[in-house]
Design a protein around this ligand. Structure first.
Ligand code: SF4
Ligand code: SF4
Length: 205
């Protein structure tokens, strides 16, 4: 992936900054690139040099494409460490969340499709049952991941993926971290209503 962080793109900069600030509620203009956020980010090793400060820089420069689709946006675990360290109270987790939504709305091919599948399946499962039921969730998530290959009758990667997941399931079972039960939660109708309401409100923004 080529990530340019040096070039100012005036055509997109203002619109992008305004949109991200409004939707994330974070004041990007107060960032003075001290990098305290980067020092504490637990996924920084995984994201190369795209640390929270770099992401803000990309947005400020109007680097629309890279700001919307880079490893940090998809690997941020929303731990809020960056926000607690930032002298200006900037919570990058809210920014990465905004960038994910923007990428989805703009139909960009995400850099980490599995993360998108995970997100979507997790949220839908929560809305459907009021809580995530692990077996259903994992089944649907894997179906989403493998569907493109199944559709092409390309079964080798499907088998590899299932083997990997089976190994993971075995390890989790040993640690009692995998549950077979199926739970329904009271107030599912209210959860659905709430979700619909938020979606409507978001469209109006
Ligand atoms: S800690 Fe805050 S001010 Fe410093 S670089 Fe990170 S976001 Fe910017
Ligand atoms: S919230 Fe995201 S960007 Fe901030 S420190 Fe945690 S993982 Fe890194």
């Amino acid at each position: 992936m080529t990530v340019s962080v040096n070039e100012f793109i005036p055509e997109t900069a203002n619109t992008l900054i305004e949109e991200v600030m409004e939707r994330s509620g974070q004041n990007l203009l107060s960032c003075y690139q001290c990098r305290r956020c980067a020092a504490g980010c637990p996924v920084a090793e995984e994201t190369g040099y795209v640390t929270p400060d770099r992401l803000i820089r990309m947005i400020m420069l109007g680097d629309y494409e890279n700001a919307l689709n880079n490893p940090l946006v998809w690997k941020c675990v929303s731990c809020y460490t960056c926000g607690t360290r930032c002298p200006n109270g900037i919570h990058t987790a809210r920014i990465t969340e905004t960038m994910k939504k923007l990428a989805k709305e703009n139909h960009l091919q995400p850099e980490r499709l599995k993360v998108v599948n995970f997100h979507g399946t997790f949220i839908n499962s929560g809305i459907r049952w009021g809580r995530v039921n692990e077996m259903e969730f994992m089944g649907l998530y894997e179906l989403k991941n493998t569907f493109p290959d199944i559709n092409q009758f390309n079964f080798k990667p499907v088998i590899e993926e299932l083997k990997t997941q089976a190994r993971l399931a075995k390890a989790m079972l040993k640690k009692k971290r995998l549950h077979f039960g199926f739970e329904l939660v009271k107030g599912r109708r209210e959860i659905k209503k709430l979700y619909k309401k938020i979606k409507k409100l978001r469209k109006k923004l």
